[in-house]
Ligand binder design. Structure first.
Ligand code: ZN
Length: 498
């Protein structure tokens, strides 16, 4: 076998892996969107078998020998292939950490945990979720111990979602955020809240569905490659750059909730849709890390979506679909959409207090994974942290510890990506302003120059580069949370006059 043949074999192997992931992803998406409630059991069995087969393909002797061969010939490989080898080695280490039976058990647990979480949340009953959460945590600890015995277990979790991220980096980042966000929240509270009755008008769900299509068109999503579904907890899933699915939820008297979910998930979708096709069906396809992913979704949601210009842009359609909204001005809608106030639900949180919600989860997870916590005490811990960081009283588990789906999907270590992503986005904006007039571009309704900027500097690389490389390539400077804090201060000054 020569290197050329080895790369061909690698292409075949990764195409087969893609096929299994594709099938499993569609099953998951179907389970979350249209499938009847009791389909969880048969789906779990199918997913278990598919995951077992996929496991065998990725870990069998031939796949391992191929990887060894490529590693031995690394000086003859181009940068993209080297990165594929590196990512495969990392993935293989993860897969081989436990025997196949344990791996299948873990996949089945994910499916079960998701169903249990949905029901527990509906009933606002943490005790119901506790046993599966305990198993998720035990599995996470087991993987950490096997895959990265030399690392602190929570550092292992963080690195899964943002390559290279550690608790030390998070601590420094969150400390900087806390220093300026906490006093800013106090100043905003003292300034008094703008009226937000325009955000509570009755906007029929049918009309909101129509509005979602308009929003997707405004941000430039090609609908022949991206569909929208409905779920309790909005998410994006990508099967390939030709098939991305986003979801949203509709509440008649809270249309902004769906509007910003569509734009947020739309940002994730645009990133996936903008990956260079040369990476399709390989280990380099798709966005690189969750931190970079969230930087794109939150950029669209907040930096673009909550700007005065974007709100002006969508206002005529919104008012046409919901005449009651037409009684309010663009400025009133802008202020309502940017109202900053400590609250209970992270996904509905404003830009200013958002990072505080993330800090609660960061503190919790760290103790759950690194320490020995009593599972029964988790809701109390959660409620106490909400009181401390946001000053709000959590009324029940539904509005507290059960609000997010992440832990049910073993997404422990994911949350810091949201805060980091928001901060990356503010620095992208500062850099972008050097070459384009951001406000004028948004107001024009043609966001192509913004998409091109992001596409050229971030999207097209897919997973072919490490996140730090992508950040520095886009920012032309090291990452600095100062841009985010300046951005937040500027925004609050504009909205609250402080
Ligand atoms: Zn997101």
């Amino acid at each position: 076998m020569d290197v050329r043949e080895a790369i061909e074999k690698l292409n075949e192997l990764e195409l087969r892996e893609f096929a299994y992931n594709h099938a499993m992803g569609i099953l998951y998406y179907d389970g979350a969107t249209g499938a009847p409630k009791r389909s969880a059991e048969p789906r779990g069995k199918t997913l278990g078998i598919l995951a077992g087969e996929a496991y065998k393909i990725s870990t069998d002797r031939e796949a391992v020998a191929l990887l060894d061969f490529l590693r031995e010939h690394s000086d003859e490989l181009d940068a993209d292939t080297l990165r594929r080898v590196e990512l495969r080695e990392k993935g293989l280490k993860e897969l081989r950490a436990v025997p196949v039976e344990t791996y299948i058990e873990y996949t089945e647990l994910m499916n079960e945990a998701d169903a249990v979480w949905h029901e527990a949340k509906e009933k606002s009953d943490y005790a119901m979720f506790e046993p599966v959460l305990k198993r998720v945590i035990d599995f996470t600890k087991l993987f950490a111990e096997k895959v990265a015995p030399d690392k602190s277990p929570y550092d292992y979790c963080l690195d899964k979602y943002e390559e290279g991220l550690t608790m030390a980096k998070c601590d420094e980042f969150f400390a900087k955020l806390r220093e300026r966000i906490v006093p800013l929240v106090k100043r905003v509270e003292a300034a008094g809240q703008p009226d937000d009755s325009c955000a509570k008008v009755l906007f029929p769900v049918e009309k909101q569905r129509e509005f979602s299509d308009i929003l997707m068109a405004k941000i430039g999503i090609p609908r022949d490659r991206c569909a929208i579904g409905e779920t309790e907890h909005p998410f994006t899933t990508d099967f390939s750059r030709n098939d991305v699915r986003i979801t949203t939820h509709y509440h008649e008297r809270a249309f902004l909730s769906s509007m910003y979910s569509v734009i947020h998930e739309g940002g994730h979708a645009l990133y996936e849709l903008g990956c260079d096709p040369k990476f399709s069906y390989t280990g380099l396809s798709g966005g690189v890390t969750m931190g970079i992913h969230e930087s794109q979704s939150r950029f669209f949601e907040n930096v673009i979506g909550r700007s005065r210009e974007f709100i002006g842009l969508i206002y005529p359609d919104a008012a046409r679909l919901c005449p009651e909204l037409g009684k309010y001005s663009v400025e009133e809608l802008y202020r309502a959409a940017n109202r900053a106030e400590p609250s209970l639900i992270r996904t509905e949180a404003d830009e200013l207090t958002y990072a505080l919600h993330v800090m609660v989860r960061y503190d919790m997870e760290r103790q759950m994974i690194n320490g020995a916590v009593d599972m029964k005490e988790l809701p109390e811990m959660w409620n106490a942290l909400y009181k401390e960081y946001l000053g709000v009283t959590v009324p029940d588990d539904k509005h507290g510890i059960l609000q997010d789906s992440h832990w049910a999907g073993a997404g422990i270590g994911y949350f810091p990506s949201y805060a980091l992503g928001s901060a990356y986005g503010a620095q992208f904006l500062a850099k972008m302003r050097e070459s384009l007039d951001f406000e004028k571009t948004v107001a024009s309704g043609d966001l192509a120059p913004i998409r091109d900027w992001l596409g050229e500097r971030i999207w097209k690389y897919a997973s072919s580069r490490k996140p730090e490389w992508i950040l520095e390539n886009a920012m032309e400077a090291p990452f600095d949370p100062k841009y985010y804090l300046d951005y937040l201060e500027g925004k609050m000054k504009d909205v609250y006059g402080i």
